[in-house]
Design a protein around this ligand. Structure first.
Ligand code: NAD
Ligand code: TDX
Length: 332
């Protein structure tokens, strides 16, 4: 039985990964999570004590991290400050968690010679023009735009340096935009679904022409397991499911599936430095590790996600009013 230490396992993608690991492997999972505004223990409740443990703590706490890393076989590092808009208003926590937190983890992994997998984002590559035929691949130069993406880029570079200089047994994955259950209502898709439930019109930044490459969180999880299992130490793998859509198209689908008029949305103030388009070429992962996504139909995955938010109002309701109040202050 493999023992996994999953940082940020009470967040959106981390909690989906924990559920995926529980269902598809016999591994033991310890979640290390600080439970910031974005973490929610409700997302990982009712898991079997024989295979699951939760530790509340900070990835920048060197003594705690050293002890936990020593007790596990593999560290899967999801914990981060993850929201671009927050990083534009208060960058400091992004440096503390994404840079210092990652540094603290890789120092412990190096000391105890543990396998380390670093979860990152396609945003480290900057953005593409709408009509650019190219997509991001493992050789695309780093060019991050926001405080969030620049701290993620910095953390990737730390991991690469620890591999080269100290022989850290690490891999890195850079994934596109995830959707699915347990995503905080500050993020685009859950914000609009819960707005419609609350009788508020969806809010599109700027013209709504920005493109994101959507992937279901379960497909992200299966890719991460494949990389932990078969990935080449020191390598980077891009994860994506050919899910490019502009924001207006996504809002149109949400309105359609929630019985609203097609024009029942508002344009609001654009995000500063708003990346135009992300697009992932995941052919290395598919070719070398035999991975492929299971959720090829975005529309049906989105329908499942809408159903999940309708059925799980007690999960998201406590965060909704404060999140919208913050957006209102920003004109968004
Ligand atoms: P999230 O904000 O939903 O969850 C982050 C989790 O990390 C929370 O549970 C939070 O409490 C925890 N955390 C934050 N600071 C911590 C600290 N100092 N110590 C311990 N725990 C801490 O984020 P998410 O969307 O699930 O993203 C998870 C990871 O995936 C991040 O590394 C992010 O960069 C990456 N990623 C996200 C997406 C996406 O579409 N959301 C896409 C690609 C990559
Ligand atoms: O109300 C909104 N209206 C809107 O038009 C919100 C919250 C967002 N948007 C736009 C901005 C983006 O173009 O929707 C798109 C998606 O926005 P977010 O959900 O904030 O995601 P994004 O900024 O693309 O970043 C996400 O994907 C990559 C995650 O939050 C990151 O953690 C990940 O690295």
């Amino acid at each position: 039985m493999q023992k996994l230490l999953v940082t940020g396992g009470a967040g959106f993608i981390g909690s989906n990964f924990v559920h995926y690991v529980m269902a598809h492997t016999d591994s033991f999972v310890t979640v290390l999570d600080k439970i910031t505004y974005a973490g929610n223990v409700e997302s990982i409740k009712h898991l079997p004590a024989s295979r699951f443990r939760f530790v509340k703590g900070d990835i920048a706490d060197a003594a705690l991290v050293d002890q936990l890393v020593a007790e596990h076989d593999v560290v899967v590092h999801y914990a981060a400050e993850s929201h671009n808009d927050n990083s534009l208003h208060d960058p400091r926590p992004f440096l503390d968690t994404n840079i210092i937190g990652t540094y603290t983890l890789i120092e412990a992994a190096r000391k105890h010679d543990k396998r380390f997998h670093h979860i990152s984002t396609d945003e480290v590559y900057g953005d593409l023009e709408l009509d650019d035929p190219e997509r991001f691949n493992e050789d695309t130069p780093y060019n991050p735009s926001s405080p969030y993406s620049s701290t993620k880029a910095g953390s990737d570079l730390l991991v690469r340096a620890w591999v080269r200089s100290f022989g850290l047994r690490a891999t890195i994955s850079n994934c596109s935009n995830n959707y699915g259950p347990y995503q905080h209502v500050e993020k685009f898709i859950p914000r609009q679904i819960t707005n419609v439930i609350d009788g508020i019109r969806p809010k599109l930044y700027g013209k709504g022409e920005n493109v994101r490459d959507w992937i279901h969180a379960d497909d992200h999880s299966s890719a991460v397991l494949a990389i932990i299992d078969k990935g080449v130490i020191g390598d980077t793998y891009l994860i994506g499911a050919d899910g490019e859509k502009n924001n207006l198209e996504v809002v149109a689908l949400i309105l359609q599936h929630m019985g609203q008029a097609p024009d029942a949305y508002d344009h609001v103030v654009d995000r500063a430095g708003h990346d135009l388009r992300y697009a992932i070429d995941s052919s290395k992962l598919r070719r070398e590790l035999g991975w492929s996504p299971q959720f090829s139909d975005f529309e049906s995955g989105l329908e499942d996600t809408i159903r999940w938010y309708r059925d799980n109002e007690t999960w998201w309701r406590p965060q909704k009013a404060a999140t919208e109040a913050k957006y209102r202050q920003q004109g968004q």
